[in-house]
Design a protein around this ligand. Structure first.
Ligand SMILES: Nc1ncnc2c1ncn2[C@@H]1O[C@H](COP(=O)(O)OP(=O)(O)OP(=O)(O)O)[C@@H](O)[C@H]1O
Ligand SMILES: [Mg+2]
Length: 310
């Protein structure tokens, strides 16, 4: 099901993560004992080009969501820089950050907990338009929301309904409508299909792709399902214990993985051929037995393909 998603990288990246670090804990508690610091994001650097989808994969707790949240300035990095459209966002005041906030959005895994059960879905989609003063009156607001509903494949007559009246896939469409309401350039999609029925997942992935083609959106797409990543993404970054252990074009990562953890992840993908599937032996990779040396750095192993080799 892989399609050709290769694009020629334009000159300037839309987003640059430059040596990002995010540490949790490590301070002194009330009784003076030091809690060990956790490096959730450890020296992470990458670029995302306009119109590109960078996939971010890795085991639970590897730092994927934290990377996304730090990129969007929903959490401050402990160190490192985020350059968006050529401007360094790190350390900007709230008021200087506000225009960038509308340009960068996040879509979460669980559409139901993102929605407000007491708001109609139309009000939920309209909220960012009102907050950012993008509409001046009710009829303009309703027109904009109706257009957004159509764009994500929902009938505008659903605007007056409440979240519980929708299926999981429809709720995620509502969240996507809100995410694109302010015409953002960049969207972090944090496992947006993981909570959905398998039969619905492909529809939502196709919606992401259609919106990208139509609106020129740039995505950081966080996912567990590597086959979806291969279908949707131009490049993939593999995270382990807060580090990027491999990054490169989809083709290179899937056909020529270099880091043993990437190989282990790929070997866990089921194959839709019962004969091959019966003999498939997932490769194990134990990071505790093979810790990543602090000083290890990404090395070029192919065109645009880097891996942490030690
Ligand atoms: N606010 C926080 N306070 C303390 N620790 C945190 C906080 N947020 C995340 N962490 C820790 O940072 C590490 C990375 O978490 P993160 O949620 O980024 O991982 P993830 O790769 O998104 O995992 P998952 O696949 O389960 O969503 C985890 O060990 C997590 O427990
Ligand atoms: Mg996460």
């Amino acid at each position: 099901m892989s399609v050709d998603r290769t694009i020629a990288p334009p000159q300037k990246p839309l987003v640059i993560a430059d040596r990002l670090c995010k540490t949790f804990g490590g301070g002194r508690s009330l009784f003076g004992s030091a809690a060990p610091a956790l490096k959730a994001v450890d020296n992470v650097s990458f670029e995302i080009f306009p119109g590109e989808t960078l996939g971010l994969v890795g085991e639970s707790g590897s730092g994927k969501s934290t990377t996304g949240r730090v990129l969007l300035q929903l959490e401050e990095p402990t160190s490192g820089d985020i350059i968006f459209k050529g401007q360094n966002l790190t350390g900007l005041s709230k008021s200087l950050l506000k225009p960038h906030r509308r340009d960068m959005q996040i879509i979460f895994q669980d559409p139901y907990s993102s929605l407000n059960p007491r708001m109609t879905v139309g009000e939920f989609v309209a909220e960012p338009l009102i907050v950012h003063g993008a509409v001046t009156n009710k009829s303009e607001r309703n027109d904009r929301v109706a257009a957004l509903f159509r764009k994500v494949g929902l009938d505008p007559s659903f605007m007056t309904r409440y979240p519980h009246e929708f299926s999981g896939g429809q709720r995620q469409r509502v969240c996507i409508a809100r995410g694109i309401a302010l015409d953002p350039a960049f969207i972090v999609a944090d496992e947006p299909i993981t909570a959905l029925d398998v039969s619905i997942q492909a529809q939502i992935v196709n919606l992401f792709q259609d919106l990208q083609d139509e609106l020129g959106l740039t995505y950081l797409f966080i996912a567990h399902d590597l086959s979806m990543i291969r279908y949707l993404c131009h490049r993939v970054a593999v995270m382990l214990r807060g580090r990027i252990v491999e990054i490169g074009p989809c083709e290179a990562i899937f056909e020529n993985p270099q880091h043993p953890y990437t190989r282990a992840l790929l070997s866990a993908i089921p194959v839709p051929d019962p004969k091959i599937e019966r003999n498939r032996r997932p490769i194990a990779f134990d990071v505790n037995a093979n810790p990543i040396p602090e000083a290890a750095t990404l090395r070029t192993v192919g065109e645009g393909h880097l891996a942490l080799l030690y």
